[in-house]
Design a protein around this ligand. Sequence first.
Ligand SMILES: [Zn+2]
Length: 64
Amino acid sequence: MGRFIKNPMTEKITAGATLASMRKKELKKCVVCREEFLGLKRAKFCSNKCKQKDKYQRSKLKEK
Ligand SMILES: [Zn+2]
């Protein structure tokens, strides 16, 4: 049953990374769809889709 043996090293790293990412994240409001999401402090979009949408709209505004 080798697969059930826990690796203390891996577990420690995973727990630390999760804690670090949780600490950095906060509730933000997407600038595109106004949806609330949990993201990094500098994050402006809830998803990559909204990021692309914003980029597209900006490029469209520039053309006019
Ligand atoms: Zn969004």
